[in-house]
Design a protein around this ligand. Sequence first.
Ligand code: PLP
Length: 389
Amino acid sequence: MKNVYLDNSATTEMSPSVIRAMTNALGNYGNPSSLHSIGHNAKKMIEQARESVAKLVGADVDEIIFTSGGTESNNTVINIAGEIINNNEIKKEIIISAIEHPSVIEAAKRLEKNGIKVSYLSVDRGGRVIIDELRKMLSEKTALVSVMFANNETGTIQDIKEICRLAHEAGALMHTDAVQAIGKVDFDVKDLDVDYASFSAHKINGPKGVGALYVKKQSLYSPFMVGGHQEAGRRAGTYNTLGIVGFGQAAKDALGAPKKYQEIINPIKNDLRELILKSIPRVIVNGDQESTLPNILNVSFPGAEGESILLYLDNYGISSSTGSACASGDTKPSHVLMAMLDDPELAHGSIRFSFGLDNTTDDVDYVMQYLPKIVEDLRSISTLETGDK
Ligand code: PLP
């Protein structure tokens, strides 16, 4: 049976160059904080990786802090906002979008439990935040605005530059979760002008359990992990040398990737979208197709459960996802699709196909051999079927 992996937004396969770099680094057991040469060699590898990550996102090297991944980077920033609010007479609230990753939403809810006001920005049907609403929410009380660069379920890209401009105009700090955008679209943190940005290695063919937080020089900071002087006191804990080396290699490889995604993968993804629309009745394509990542396609099949479609596809060796992998096993409809569509049936009937650079048109043909029949069969037995064919 063929294997077609279309779940690259959940995670990616480590590339051979990353595996090679990590394998070569395996023997270097030194603690990068040690002053002897074995430690120094490990530290050198970390600093080379930092340069690669900084270059990929347009940061200065000392603006990159290595973390355990996107979740920790996001938690760190929301925590900073809490600290600011607790120590400031004017700043009293934060604004996040309703479609953020749970690592932003849950961290914000923790602030809410401690009495801090959190406002949730609505999105339109395409998943773009409503800028007018942001304008109304912003005030001198706003400490932080956090809006993701691109959504992990739909691929919808936000106008971060404009959102950041508005946040700064109101005197607020700006964070963007760029975990899904890095390596897929070109951007530069200095050009965006954000104060903080989150990244993760395993979405760009690097290892799991390592990521980075960009912190613009002079932006307020307070460490989330304490108890060590690593990362200039900004993130305590012995360095994950191997992971960081792998992340550095993945970042180096990702430098030319956005162009390849745009030129090679985007047309393949669009082919799948058009074939689905042509061959399967009553399909809704989720996400703003004018402003979307080149590798994510999210579609709803009313009358069929996304989870059932996923399992049937898996029987044929096709890996896909219902919304975000982090939410799988959760029977609640996706909070992202609910914020966009406010329709549990559409939210339940959605499937995300997320492409990597290894996918080809053959993979699309293979999916189309099975998907129409799977949807038809599921609709014919479904209690969700509304009969409005
Ligand atoms: N933010 C977004 C948009 C994501 O898609 C993910 C992972 O799915 C994360 C954050 C969390 O990153 P990590 O898995 O590195 O903790």
